[in-house]
Structures are given as C-alpha cells and as structure tokens.
Ligand binder design. Structure first.
Ligand code: FB9
Length: 490
C-alpha cells in the first residue's frame, strides 16, 4: 500500500497522530512522512499543525559509549587481576582520564600504594554499566532518566537536547481512506470522449516556486561592483581603464604631489616590484615640472624643498590607490582642449598592511573624479550627497582630514540605520594646484574627487564580520549561491 494510503488508514483509526510517531511506526524517514502529508494536505484530505518537540539524543561520544560501554566500565575491564601501573593504564585505555575518575568515584577500582610502582586494582568483582544501559534506552526512545542523571550525561557530552519540528495530523474536509486520482493534464482523448466531464482535475498551485535555474552565481563583491557601476553610469561618469596593477612611483605618488620621503612610500606600506623594478618612459617635460614643484615649489606653492630623485620616481610598485589612474587620465585630459569630465574607477589596490579581520593586503577602491572650471568644496558636498543617497545614505556628515594630494580634504560619515550608528563611508577632497597645474590643466579648472572601498559596503550589506568570509580560500560557496540580489539603496 502506498505511504499516503497507509497514513490515511492510520488516521482513520486514531483521528489524530504526530508525524514523528508515524515515522516510528512505519519505520520511515520523518521527512518522507512530512512530504506525503503535504501532498495529502494539498488535496484537503488531512490538516496539519506544526509543533516543536524537544528530545534527547546521543552525541557521537554517547553513541560510542552505547556501543562499547562507558569510559569507566572500559577502564575497569582493562584492569587485570594482578593490577596495572597507573601510568601504563592511562596510556593504553581510551578516554582514560574520565574513565579513571569515574571508576574511582564509583568504587570500582583502588590504588595499591604498597606496591612499587603503585598498582591500580579492581575493588569489586563485577560492575553494572548503568550509563551504557541508560543510553541504550534513550536510543530506543525510552527516557526514564532522573533529571540529575540526565544533566550529568549532558555535562559529560553524552546526551544533547535537539528540537524537532513535526506535525499533528487530523482528518481534513475531504478525508477518505482512498485517494481520488486527480488528473493533471487535459488530453485530446478526454475532449473527444467527453470523459473530462466526470474526471476531477488537480487544482493549480500558483504559490509553487519555480525550479531554481541551475546557473552560475556572481560573487557578492561583483554584485556590489555592478551596483556602484550603475550608479556612476547613471550619474554620467565614464569608467577609467584600471587594468594595470603595476604602476610607477611617479604616477602613484609624485604626480599626486606626494613627497618622496612620505611614510606611505615606505616598503612597510607599499609593495615594490623586484622585476621589473623600474619604469623608464615618462613624459619628460611633465616630469621636470613635477620635480620642480616638489623640490622648489611653483604655482604659488613653496613645494617641499627636498632633493627630488628620478630614481625614486622610477620604482615600480603595486598601485596603492586607483588615484594613480586618475592622475594619468587628468594628465591626458590636459594635453588637448579642456572639456569638463566625470571619471570613475572600481578596481584592486594593494597595501602592505597588517592583516586583521577586516583588512587584507588588497582591496577594491571605488573612486569618483570630476574636472570642471570653478568647481569647489560645495560642489563636492553636493555630488557626495547625490552619490551616497543612491546607497541609501540621506544624511551625511563631514570631518576635516588630510591627504597629500587634496586640500581641503574631508572624511565622510553617514548614519547607518541597520547598524544603528554613524559609520565612516569614505574620504574626499579637492586636488591641489601643485598636482593639477604641472599637468597643464587651465588655472581655473578644479578637480574634486572621493573614494571608498568595495569590501566594506559588501560586508555590511551581507552581514559578514570577517573579510575571509568574503574573499579567499575559506569562502562558503553556499553563501555565494544563497545570498540575495544586491540593492544598495535598500
Ligand atoms: O568604504 C568605506 N566605508 C564604507 C563605504 C560604504 C558603505 O556602504 C554601506 C553599506 C552600504 C559602508 C562603509 N571606507 C573607506 C571607510 C572605512 O571603511 C575605512 O575604515 C576603510 N577605508 C579604506 C582605506 O583603508 C586603508 C575605506 C577605504 C578607502 C578609504 C579612502 C579612499 C578609498 C578607500 C579614498 C580616497 C580619495 C580621497 C580623495 C580623492 C580621491 C580618493
């Protein structure tokens, strides 16, 4: 008889039954019973009410004790008539520490200190292994344990309390012990013979979920990157070419008016390339203007007054920010007739930082850059408001900050309603004239820019606390498959 009909016949006799009891009586897996119940419920032949049961089950160690005996019983049986040195006994018997302590407290063994070395001996001729007996009863679903005994086994990690969801079944409005065959397809034969008039058809289940498509899944970082890209594109920004991870110190630092003795240019903070160690080709007229503005000043600036060295500028490194690409783009922009531009970049950058739960030696920087005549701090604040409102941040606060290449500079903060606190969401500023004028940009052209990371918003978005749950060999691929689509503004 089909499982469905066995359930109906059982219900016919007892009016109400728990699916766990059915699983026990029918020697069937509980999930299989639940599946059959759901199909009977769809036909309104039964009704079910979900209930939560807690029950005690053996742990893995409890299963071992049930099979082999308690640790104390195993140790007692390992003590020979003549006795055994304690050190030897503790080495040869599994779980000897627990077994010895319990066997002593149960009065099963003693230590004969008159012998040298002292010997462990049996104190009684036979024992009853009640722990094993109790666990075997629990395994059969018989639980007559006193609370103190059960708590002792729980403390010994032999028993664990599990919550099992089951269903109380009762007869439905269409209850019967036989299942009407419901047609699922209307066939041409039914139409020709007219048999459709007397047949019963299974109702459509419009709540049924479609089969999840077997397909690939985008990594959360790539989903967030797509969202940021969409935001920039809809705001009229053009993506910069960021496919060159290796950069010269010139474009990564010198072009940004970052002095050659700046700590960020130290090997403790930057990954320098050993091969190729240096770049040889620069726009030399521009390089000379950069050298001059660093060492002597110019354009109204006193410069840093140090001996600027081309050897330092030639050193290759893994770019520490995508602002190096912004510098290349702005220099290129200055080579022709100036037209206002809006650029963005989202790509990897590398920093020789101390690794911790939220920092790796690489991360993705998101950067926005606007070059136009007469723009300033007010325009920057306005653009930040427009940009971050698309991330769901509608109230920003700014704090004065320092960057070598921007003045003024601001750290950006927003109140995150989900986290219930203000969080830092990026950094920004107006590029300095000492950076822009040596490029050849017109004197009335200003450039405002801001940056943030991709990892930080992604971790917040997907509730991850450790960067290693997002990137690296320990990423749970199920998380990648399960996590929802990314909506930064929600
Ligand atoms: O991303 C950051 N925070 C952030 C951003 C978005 C966000 O969205 C919400 C969930 C939806 C949440 C948080 N930060 C910048 C701020 C902090 O996380 C900070 O502790 C870490 N920062 C990185 C730097 O770490 C070494 C984030 C990274 C960063 C900081 C500054 C810039 C870029 C990335 C920049 C810049 C810049 C400045 C001026 C001109 C051009 C570029």
């Amino acid at each position: 008889m089909e499982l469905n009909e066995r359930i109906l016949h059982y219900l016919d006799k007892c009016n109400e039954v728990d699916t766990l009891k059915l699983a026990n009586e029918f020697h069937e897996d509980h999930q299989k019973i639940v599946g059959a119940v759901k199909s009977l419920e769809a036909l309104e032949m039964v009704t079910s009410e979900a209930v939560k049961n807690t029950r005690w089950e053996l742990t893995e160690e409890g299963q071992l004790v049930s099979d082999k005996g308690s640790h104390e019983a195993v140790l007692y049986r390992s003590v020979p008539e003549a006795g055994i040195p304690q050190a030897e006994l503790m080495k040869t018997v599994p779980n000897a520490k627990v077994g010895f302590s319990k066997a002593m407290s149960s009065g099963w063994i003693l230590i004969d200190k008159s012998a040298a070395p002292p010997l462990v001996k049996r104190k009684v001729d036979s024992i009853v292994d009640t722990v094993q007996e109790h666990l075997n009863e629990i395994k059969k679903g018989i639980d007559n344990l006193a609370d103190n005994v059960r708590n002792d086994y729980k403390k010994r990690k032999l028993l664990q309390e599990v919550t099992v969801k089951s269903f109380i079944l009762s007869k439905g409005p269409q209850f019967s012990t036989t299942i009407k065959k419901l047609e699922t397809d209307l066939t041409s034969e039914m139409l020709q013979t007219g048999s459709w008039k007397t047949l019963e058809f299974k109702p459509y289940n419009f709540d049924a979920l479609g089969q999840p498509p077997e397909c690939g899944h985008l990594h959360p970082l790539l989903k967030v990157r797509s969202e940021f890209r969409e935001i920039f594109l809809e705001m009229g920004f053009t993506e910069m070419p960021t496919n060159m991870y290796v950069e010269s110190s010139f474009w990564n630092f010198d072009a940004l008016f970052q002095p050659q003795q700046h700590p960020a240019r130290d090997a403790h903070d930057t990954f320098f390339m050993s091969s190729p160690a240096s770049s040889e080709h620069f726009p030399m007229d521009y390089l000379e203007r950069v050298k001059k503005v660093h060492s002597e000043g110019g354009y109204g600036s006193q410069g840093y007054k140090y001996d600027w060295k081309i050897e330092e500028a030639k050193k290759n490194l893994l770019r520490t920010h995508t602002t190096a690409v912004s510098a290349r783009m702005l220099y290129k922009l200055a080579q022709g007739e100036f037209r206002p531009q809006k650029y963005f970049s989202i790509d990897k950058v590398f920093r020789n930082e101390t690794l911790d739960a939220t920092h790796l030696a690489e991360f993705h920087q998101v950067e926005g850059v606007i070059a136009a005549r007469g723009v300033g701090l007010a325009d920057l604040i306005g653009v930040l408001d427009a940009f971050f409102s698309r991330l769901g941040f509608h109230k920003l606060q700014f704090k004065p900050a320092y960057n070598p290449y921007t003045e003024p500079s601001m750290e950006i903060f927003a109140y995150h309603t989900g986290l219930g606190k203000w969080i830092e969401i990026g950094n920004s500023g107006v590029f300095r004239p000492e950076m822009l004028l040596p490029m050849g940009l017109p004197a009335d052209v200003n450039v405002i820019a801001w940056g943030l990371s991709l990892e930080r918003p992604t971790m917040i978005k997907y509730g991850l606390n450790n960067i290693r749950d997002l990137v690296g060999p320990k990423v749970d691929l199920q998380m990648v498959q399960n996590n929802p689509i990314c909506r930064l503004d929600k």
